[in-house]
Design a protein around this ligand. Structure first.
Ligand code: GLU
Length: 288
């Protein structure tokens, strides 16, 4: 498809593991299957959670696997001015507002409605902070967002009741993932977002932001998660090991298996393995 642009957007909180490789491989495969471009964006807005050098470790792991981006990587930590410009536009159009509430105040006012451990903001500062200093900036969440996922099918979420007015800029001055990802996907011309299913739930917030900023909405494909022995998503916290890249072909074949592909075991180089996996992915996407 002409003009396809995809991306892999890791947060460099730790090296790639078996789970993040599935998202990386799927986004690469889908871009190649569509004759498109594949980009890498380092999502390091939450600096304190990103150990120095982890970005380079991830780029090295991708290179060892033969997953090479078509353009130089982009670092979110260098793009403050873009996020500020987007926030300024949302404030000017009345879609973002300053919030003076502390966590304790939100907890006291929100009632018993935790959602993934997060409280639905009760809207206390929607009409102003009553002279209290602004701590964070929030997006005015309104209405139900319906969207189509290429794997999960039709999806829908009532933003106001299920999520509430969400944070764009945190009280500690850091940019929220939702704003940064929307600004960057648009600026990089991303047409197709392919990422892990744990992020599917963020999509309606991102679509709402795209609409408020007058930006296009890409297509979305959320890939199956790799679960740890405890049934939770594989993560550093539950023991995801960094990828053993002594055998990159085996790692690619395992990741392909998680995507429901059955590549032949005969490949001896990453280039051969990727070519075989790509043939299968292309056959599958042609059916979708
Ligand atoms: N940086 C996010 C993560 O590593 C992924 C963002 C995205 O693909 O939209 O979980």
């Amino acid at each position: 498809m002409a003009g396809y642009r995809g991306r892999f957007a890791p947060s460099p909180t730790g090296p790639l593991h078996a789970g993040s490789l599935v998202a990386a491989l799927a986004s690469w495969l889908d871009a190649r299957a569509h004759g498109g471009q594949w980009l890498v964006r380092i999502e390091d807005v939450d600096g304190p959670r990103c150990p120095p050098g982890t970005d380079e470790v991830i780029l090295g792991q991708l290179a060892a696997l033969g997953l090479l981006p078509d353009e130089p990587p982009v670092w979110q930590s260098r793009r403050d001015d873009r996020y500020q410009a987007a926030l300024d536009r949302l404030i000017a159009s009345g879609r973002a507002y300053g919030c003076a509430c502390t966590r304790a105040e939100i907890a006291a006012a929100a009632g018993p409605r935790p959602r993934h451990g997060e409280l639905v903001y009760p809207g206390t500062c929607r009409n102003g902070t009553n002279g209290r200093p602004i701590r964070a900036w929030r997006f005015r969440a309104e209405g139900r967002i319906a969207w189509q996922d290429r794997r999960l099918g039709p999806q829908s979420q009532d933003l106001a009741t299920e999520v509430g007015d969400f944070v764009l800029k945190r009280a500690d001055g850091l940019w929220a993932y939702q704003l940064a990802v929307v600004v960057d996907d648009a600026e990089q011309g991303i047409t197709d977002v392919v990422r892990g299913e744990d992020l599917a739930d963020n999509t309606p917030r991102q679509i709402a932001l795209q609409r408020a900023l007058g930006l296009p909405t890409p297509r979305y494909l959320h890939t199956p998660l790799v679960l740890a022995a405890d049934g939770h998503k594989l993560s550093k916290q539950n023991g995801a090991a960094a990828l053993d890249l002594d055998h990159p072909v085996a790692r690619l074949q395992e990741a392909a298996g998680r995507l429901g592909l059955t590549p032949q075991a005969s490949a001896s180089t990453t280039r051969e393995a990727l070519a075989a996996i790509l043939l299968q992915w292309t056959a599958l996407t042609a059916l979708r």
